[in-house]
Design a protein around this ligand. Structure first.
Ligand SMILES: *[C@@H]1O[C@H](CO)[C@@H](O)[C@H](O)[C@H]1NC(C)=O
Ligand SMILES: *[C@@H]1O[C@H](CO)[C@@H](O)[C@H](O)[C@H]1NC(C)=O
Length: 384
């Protein structure tokens, strides 16, 4: 038993020393320095250098909340890994607040390294103001243009991005694909002169402005603001030390929603020992990461925290199939049991399946961002 605990300690010590070289903190400042170093390291895991400076009470766009709820469960764990092509979705509100149907979005928060997969303009169509009985049009042609540099000519230059027939009587969100424009803006920021929407009758003439109206950031409720939604991949890869199987998240639905059942009391299990003080076999235990305790609740919208789980327990000979041992671990446990070679410990109890989590948060510019992070939750444990 003693050698089992010792081995467990060794496994833990080895894992920790990979990331934290010996430090030279004095005892008095140690805890504060360790704390800030640890939080900085945690930010890096979430792909950030500094925590976003957002502490307001802005309401996130309903679209982003719905998207988050579609991809993630209450704990933030990815429930549908095939819903998103990339790992990042960003939303931007119009900065122009124009009375015309013109919009401009500041994309400075998008990293140069992000691969643009798709971009959409979301406009909220309001009900017609004029009585419909006087109207002989049932459809209108709505076209979205990218505004181009027209300083050298006397007329506005623009490029058609997307065009569609929309029923005059309808109301609600209309989505237009504007991927090409956003890609060109990412190449040269100076070309981002905004977007213009033109509404025509089916005959091609100007449409009565009272019939086809879109909500503007200036005159309408916050929940109906014009919005740009950007789907990207930030090129972050999962920790190479972790699972090689990049399709791990596909099995998220297998993730047990309740802690592993067993005959042990919660407190005994959380220590990794049973009631008699014997080390339990390798298994998974809850490990709650609370963003409020870490001081991040100001800028993280969801989740409030998540269960990362951790693996603990002994891996003694003989390793049964429930331990999911690698062949290497089986041989190591045999060598350990036979004491054929001195100093060979039992294998380590480590996560053998990892799941991704999702974070919905405000960035430095108060845009709401959804990001997926791989390998954040231990799905199961094994002796390796
Ligand atoms: C875009 O936002 C950034 C960060 O808030 C700001 O520094 C920059 O001036 C803005 N650009 C424009 C064109 O408003
Ligand atoms: C632009 O307009 C001005 C005055 O209306 C005219 O003199 C000039 O030739 C025009 N330039 C071009 C490029 O059409």
């Amino acid at each position: 038993m003693i050698s089992d605990c010792f081995a467990a300690l060794l496994c833990t010590a080895a894992a920790v020393s990979l990331h934290y070289p010996k430090n030279s903190f004095t005892p008095a400042t140690e805890s504060e320095e360790v704390r800030s170093a640890a939080i900085k390291r945690l930010l890096e895991v979430f792909g950030m250098d500094d925590p976003p400076a957002f502490h307001g009470h802005k309401q996130p766009p309903q679209y982003m909340l719905d998207l988050y709820n579609a991809v993630a469960d209450v704990d933030g764990v990815t429930k549908d890994p095939h819903l998103l092509e990339g790992n990042t979705v960003r939303s931007f509100f119009d900065k122009l607040y124009s009375d015309q149907v013109e919009f401009s979005f500041n994309l400075s928060m998008v990293a140069r390294t992000e691969k643009i997969l798709a971009a959409e303009l979301h406009l909220y169509k309001l009900r017609p103001q004029a009585p419909l009985t006087l109207n002989r049009h049932h459809f209108s042609q709505v076209s979205v243009y990218q505004l181009l540099d027209s300083s050298k000519t006397n007329f506005t230059q623009k490029k058609l991005l997307s065009s569609r027939l929309i029923p005059v009587h309808s109301s609600g969100w209309e989505v237009f694909t504007i991927t090409h424009a956003v890609r060109s803006w990412m190449v040269d920021e100076g070309t981002n002169l905004g977007l213009q929407v033109v509404v025509r009758t089916l005959g091609g003439s100007q449409m009565d402005k009272k019939l086809i109206r879109f909500a503007s950031g200036r005159h309408h409720h916050h929940s109906k603001q014009p919005m740009l939604v950007l789907f990207t991949d930030d090129g972050r890869y999962s920790n190479p030390l972790a699972s090689k199987d990049s399709d791990d998240t596909a099995e998220t639905s297998n993730l047990p929603q309740t802690p592993m059942s067993g005959p042990l009391s919660r407190s005994a299990r959380s220590l990794g020992y049973d009631a008699d003080g014997a080390a339990t076999h390798c298994q998974r235990f809850p490990l709650n990461v609370d963003f409020e305790e870490i001081g991040w609740s100001g800028w993280i919208v969801s989740p409030k925290g998540y269960n990362a789980y951790y693996c603990k327990g002994s891996c003694p000979f003989p390793l049964g199939q429930t331990m999911k041992p690698t062949n290497h671990a089986t041989v190591q446990s045999i060598i350990n049991a036979l004491k054929l070679v001195k100093g060979i410990e039992t294998p380590c109890c480590v996560p053998d399946k990892l799941f991704s989590i999702n974070l919905l948060f405000f960035d430095d510019d108060e845009n709401v961002v959804l990001k997926q992070y791989n390998d954040m939750v231990a799905g199961s444990c094994g002796c390796h």
